[in-house]
Each structure stands twice: as structure tokens, then as C-alpha cells.
Write a protein that binds this ligand. Structure first.
Ligand SMILES: [Zn+2]
Length: 122
């Protein structure tokens, strides 16, 4: 196994820059997640005189928020994993099969921890 230095073959950005981009993205996502999960301002979502269907709309909205929050949390987790991989020197190496993740995939998806083949199996 080759040692991962500060650059990945075929990757146009040095790892330091990839890490910085990931960290910035993580900050954005965390702020967004915080905004989504904080309780709504008192009385903000409670309207008077429109009782029919209110519950449903609210449930749908809550469901959408939950789904978004979940996907944000998953993205943050992916980024954390990628940052650990950069520190460990395993960035660009598939977590599942140990193969090299192609640079094009990392360019498109900097937080990718799996190669295309493994990702399609999940
Ligand atoms: Zn793989």
C-alpha cells in the first residue's frame, strides 16, 4: 500500500485544500441543521380558525424537516469521516474494499468514503 502524501494522484486540489473545503461545508451544514432542529418560535406555526387539515400539513412539514435534518446529519457524518481519513492518510481509499477511489469521484464528492462499486452496493 502506498503512503498517501499531501496530494492524491489525479486530484487537482491538495489535501489541505480539500480538508478546508470540507470543514467549511461542515460548518454550513451544521448551522442549517441547527436551524432546522431548533424548536419553532412560540406561536409561530399555530394559526387560529383553520383547524381542518392543520394537523396533516404540520405532520407533512415536520416529516419533510425530519428527512432534511436526517440527510444533513448524514452529510455531516460523511464529512467527519472524510476528515478523519485525511488525517489517517487513508483519504481516497475505499472504506469497504481498500481500493483507490478515482479522483473524478473525489472531485465530485469530496466526502466520498467508498469507491463507486462499493457505493452502488449500499
Ligand atoms: Zn470499494
Amino acid at each position: 500500500m502506498s503512503t498517501v502524501s499531501d496530494t492524491i494522484a489525479g486530484l487537482s486540489h491538495p489535501l489541505e485544500e480539500v480538508a478546508a473545503t470540507l470543514k467549511a461545508r461542515r460548518t454550513e451544514l451544521a448551522a442549517e441543521l441547527e436551524r432546522l432542529t431548533e424548536p419553532p418560535a412560540e406561536g409561530a406555526s399555530v394559526g387560529f380558525g383553520k383547524r381542518i387539515g392543520d394537523g396533516t400539513t404540520e405532520a407533512v412539514e415536520r416529516f419533510a424537516t425530519t428527512a432534511t435534518a436526517r440527510s444533513l446529519a448524514a452529510s455531516i457524518k460523511d464529512i467527519d469521516r472524510a476528515l478523519i481519513k485525511i488525517e489517517e492518510g487513508t483519504y481516497g481509499v475505499c472504506d469497504s474494499c481498500g481500493d483507490t477511489i478515482v479522483a473524478a469521484r473525489l472531485e465530485a464528492l469530496p466526502a466520498a468514503a467508498l469507491c463507486v462499486a462499493c457505493a452502488s452496493k449500499v
